[in-house]
Ligand binder design. Structure first.
Ligand SMILES: [Zn+2]
Length: 283
């Protein structure tokens, strides 16, 4: 994938090196884990939907610098976020709606306050609907590479675009609708939301290469990397690795096969209408 010539709008809030928030104090870990939904993969799967609702608005804000960043890793995130804005703007406009980007992609180390409670890097990247920001600790890329075996820049772009997919859902009101369908289980609202975010990442990839969208070049090998990443973060794959068995009743994100299928669907059709995981008879 080529992205260095791509446009960057500077929608990054850089909190790296600020020291984060103190996490001392007994029991806060559990509270923290219950706080944030919309992981790429569930560290604490129970939480995804209802917890976001409960904790909304409780986090105090930590001021980071909002704007362009100088390091290459940060600029990569900026380029992908900007490309998503370029892709989603016209899609919304076609429906007579207006796309507004996330408030920021927040880069942080270790832990940081969010509108959804304290964010911790152990959670993986996530989107907080209460403050409309994506939270990302860049050390996650190492984990994606080593722990999940998902290599390549495009795997990272897929993760960022998946989180922005949750922002799209917030703008469209889908997240609210999903709450009624439950937070875990193979047919749950959570799984439908996550698979839809994968499909939206595919929609982004489908249009990212159009020149009007900022000179990101995506090659067939990148799509393979994206599918590899989608497979690596499937509930069944994670569960069988972690606990040696697969429990569909506790699914929050969908199986590896489902995540690959919905990403591909978005990529092949390039149309969010193809991402109706709520109306689909088969996920
Ligand atoms: Zn997600």
């Amino acid at each position: 994938m080529e992205w260095k010539g791509a446009r960057r709008e500077g929608n990054i809030e850089d909190r790296r090196g600020l020291g984060g928030v103190g996490l001392a104090g007994g029991g806060i870990g559990a509270l923290v884990l219950a706080a944030v939904g919309y992981f790429v993969f569930g560290i604490d799967p129970q939480t995804t939907l209802q917890a976001t609702q409960q904790i909304q608005g409780q986090g105090q804000q930590e001021a980071g610098v909002h704007g362009a960043v100088k390091d290459e890793n940060g600029q990569f995130v900026d380029a992908i976020e900007t490309s998503n804005t370029a892709v989603w703007g016209p899609i919304f406009a076609k429906q007579g709606a207006r796309y507004t980007p996330p408030e920021a992609v927040v880069l942080y180390d270790n832990a940081t306050p969010t509108g959804c409670g304290t964010g911790q890097s152990a959670m993986g990247p996530f989107y907080c609907p209460a403050d409309r920001k994506v939270y990302l600790d860049l050390t996650f890329w190492n984990e994606l590479d080593t722990k999940f075996g998902a290599k390549g820049e495009f795997a990272r772009a897929y993760v960022i675009s998946h989180e922005i997919g949750h922002h799209v859902q917030t703008l469209l009101g889908t997240s609210e609708q999903a709450r009624r369908l439950g937070a875990r289980g193979a047919q749950s609202g959570s799984v439908r939301l996550e698979l839809q975010a994968d499909c939206y990442a595919g929609v982004w990839a489908s249009h990212a290469g159009e020149t009007s969208n900022g000179q990101i070049v995506i090659n067939p090998a990148d799509i393979e990397d994206g599918l590899g990443a989608a497979s690596a973060v499937g509930d069944d794959t994670i569960q069988s690795k972690a606990q040696g068995q697969v429990v569909p009743d506790s699914f929050t994100h969908g199986t590896s096969a489902q995540r690959m299928r919905w990403f591909s669907r978005g990529f092949e059709q390039g149309d969010p209408a193809a991402c109706d995981t709520f109306g689909a008879s088969r996920l």
